[in-house]
Design a protein around this ligand. Structure first.
Ligand code: ATR
Length: 308
């Protein structure tokens, strides 16, 4: 089995036996999704192989690859950077989160329609519940990197959940104000949805008030990075800190040093994967016990791959 396959492999049938699901992105070689998803597929004895698919970043390449996969009998795909908007645009029917944020991470090729979902938002909500034992609706949230691909889905998820307060933080760009305006429809009287740039003074107050600080920026992504998206000395031990990056970042380390309850993004990655799997095989009822048992197997596979 190769690290990844391309559209030529799909067209010529040069894929491993049973390849009917996969993850599409660019870059893609290091995705942990195959480890997780294969564990679930094997546990359920589905006889399906899950592969990585590298898509060119050229106009139309994503749609062409999806067309080829459909013809090759694929059931669906996970979609990652930079194709989540393309996935949303390609779908005929969308769930409400992908509809609201214009990005999807899961596609299902139905007989005559392609369906899409954004499971990043629900995956994030579940990870935060595990971290804090509180739903998003009970949190005052500062979201760093709110305009990024993942950040904008989380922003919608937090706003739709009716969190107590939501501060959307990004470097200056027009989308920041647009996001604030679009999310105002979910604003409760007390929750003050506010967009701020990193250099605004009001950010310090919002950070101190927050019960949950989320990093959705790419600061800390490179293992060699020692950068933090916010000054560590503003963190308080009563706060929860969540970094959607799937390895331990300087932010998570600093937060833990200061007594905060902090975690990296692996549980979000896990739960978005569980929900994607559920969508592909949605003709079955997934009890919460079944979800938990799949999640356990998927997480073990992810951790062993991440630590290998
Ligand atoms: P994506 O493709 O998902 O948008 P990205 O380009 O890595 O991923 O950016 C993710 C987020 O990290 C964005 O909000 C980005 O801010 P910009 O919108 O200003 O690009 C943010 N980000 C990246 N580097 C950053 C930095 N040095 N400081 C603060 N935010 C940063």
């Amino acid at each position: 089995m190769q690290d990844f396959y391309t559209i030529d492999d799909v067209r010529t049938g040069a894929l491993p036996p049973g390849a009917k699901l996969g993850v599409v992105g660019n870059p893609i070689a290091h995705s942990l999704s195959p480890h997780m998803q294969q564990a679930a597929l094997d546990a359920d004895r589905r006889g399906i192989t899950y592969i990585r698919l590298l898509c060119e970043r050229t106009p139309g390449a994503f749609a062409e690859l999806m067309h080829a996969l459909r013809r090759a009998g694929f059931r669906g795909v996970n979609v990652t950077v930079p194709f989540k908007r393309d996935a949303y645009e390609l779908a005929d029917e969308r769930d409400s989160l992908s509809e609201s944020c214009g990005a999807a991470n899961t596609l299902f090729f139905g007989e005559d329609k392609t369906l899409c979902w954004n499971t990043d938002g629900p995956g994030f909500a579940r990870a935060i519940y595990e971290l804090s034992h509180l739903p998003l609706s009970e949190h005052k949230i500062v979201l760093l990197g709110a305009c990024g691909g993942a950040g904008s889905a989380l922003a919608v998820q937090c706003a739709q959940a009716g969190c107590l307060q939501l501060t959307l933080v990004n470097r200056p760009r027009p989308e920041l104000e647009q996001l604030e305006v679009s999310l105002k429809t979910y604003e409760k009287k007390e929750n003050g949805i506010l967009a701020l740039r990193f250099d605004e003074e009001r950010l310090a107050t919002r950070l101190r008030d927050a019960t949950l600080i989320v990093n959705a920026t790419s600061v800390g992504l490179r293992a060699s990075d020692d950068l933090l998206p916010i000054p560590a000395d503003i963190l308080d031990k009563k706060q929860y800190v969540y970094d959607i990056i799937t390895h331990e970042t300087p932010l998570v380390r600093e937060a833990q040093k200061r007594g905060c309850t902090a975690a990296n993004g692996r549980r979000m990655l896990l739960w978005q994967g569980v929900y994607a799997y559920e969508n592909w095989f949605g003709d079955e009822t997934f009890t919460s016990a079944r979800q938990e048992s799949l999640a356990e197997k998927m997480y073990a596979a992810m951790l062993s791959a991440a630590n290998a």
